[in-house]
Design a protein around this ligand. Structure first.
Ligand SMILES: NC(=O)c1ccc[n+]([C@@H]2O[C@H](COP(=O)([O-])OP(=O)(O)OC[C@H]3O[C@@H](n4cnc5c(N)ncnc54)[C@H](OP(=O)(O)O)[C@@H]3O)[C@@H](O)[C@H]2O)c1
Length: 279
């Protein structure tokens, strides 16, 4: 490893020696999470993607520059068999997993899937974000419980982190609210039940992002641009890095008293009727 690469490592080493899996790490929030774990000392990261190989390679390159060992694995999580293969690949490649982040989510806003009708979009979200993410998580849980006994010298519980949505519990008007609301609320509810089930052996937490400027936010209308900014007390869009910071806080191996929690990352919800103005 060159001196240059070593000098890029920040002081923080919260993830030193961690073996990390981030699903949907080929772009947006997942890419930022993978990069932050590497910056914080992770030794190995599995970068999962579905079809954006170029994006996954870009993530991998950023991780390698930190001296992190990288594995790339493609799996379409609308297919339960591929979800199972991803879990097998993770344990085969990493040996054991300390940190699993369920970030992948179907894009029904900007991809070809945006042309589907409401019911088809809802089914896709349910399959990818909920049903197969639950199936995957149950397999991950089994492996983590077995490895906890097997990994010698480690009494640090591994963690799983889920991605919800800040507006899911209260609801939002329109088709997007009616699709993402029930799906992400169920993801958040599942994560809480999994935390109850797996304690004290595996920690499970959720990050619930607000308006985060990924693909949809970069190309959306002026109306949504203004709305995203004005609904946050911080008067701006969130960034993938804002979300990654929260995920890494919850998932950090040393954060051993933190489980069953949901952390909103939305800049603080703005309840003032005039949004940004007023005294
Ligand atoms: N952006 C926001 O404002 C916001 C707010 C709340 C929650 N979230 C959630 O945050 C997560 C990340 O979102 P993002 O904005 O970063 O989106 P993104 O850039 O579109 O990333 C989505 C990731 O999920 C993967 N993915 C999509 N469909 C998949 C499938 N069928 N099987 C496996 N992987 C699949 C994609 O892989 P490929 O591209 O390689 O196919 C990509 O890596 C999602 O769960 C999303 O619902 C986002």
């Amino acid at each position: 490893m060159s001196k240059n690469v070593v000098s890029k490592k920040p002081d923080s080493s919260e993830f030193r020696g961690a073996r990390v899996v981030v699903t949907g790490a080929s772009s947006g929030i997942g890419q930022a999470i993978a990069v932050r774990t590497a910056n914080s000392g992770a030794s190995s990261v599995l970068v999962h993607y579905r079809k954006n190989r170029e994006g996954a390679e870009q993530t991998a390159e950023m991780l390698r520059q930190q001296g992190t060992e990288v594995f790339l694995t493609s799996a379409d999580l609308s297919d339960p068999d591929q979800a199972e293969q991803l879990v097998d690949a993770a344990w085969n490649q990493l040996g054991h997993v300390t940190t699993w982040v369920n970030n992948a989510g179907a894009d029904v806003l900007t991809s070809k899937s945006a042309e589907l009708d409401f019911q088809s979009k809802l089914r896709l979200l349910l399959e990818v974000d909920l049903v197969n993410t639950i199936g995957l998580s149950r397999l991950v849980a089994d492996r983590m419980l077995k490895q906890t006994a097997a990994v010698s010298g480690s009494n640090v519980p591994p963690s799983m982190t889920f991605i919800g949505w800040d507006q899911a519990p209260a609801g939002m008007e329109g088709d997007a609210g009616q699709m993402f609301g029930p799906v992400k609320a169920a993801v958040m509810a599942y994560a809480n039940s999994l935390a109850q089930t797996l304690s004290p052996h595996v920690r499970v937490n959720t990050v619930a992002p607000g308006w985060i400027q990924t693909a949809w936010g970069q190309s959306t209308s002026e109306y949504w641009n203004q709305r995203a900014r004005s609904q946050s007390l911080m008067a701006r869009w969130g960034t993938p890095q804002d979300v990654a910071r929260a995920v890494c806080f919850l998932a950090a191996p040393g954060n051993t008293f933190c489980t069953g929690q949901t952390l909103n990352v939305n800049g603080g919800w703005n309840r003032r009727p005039d949004h940004l103005g007023g005294d």
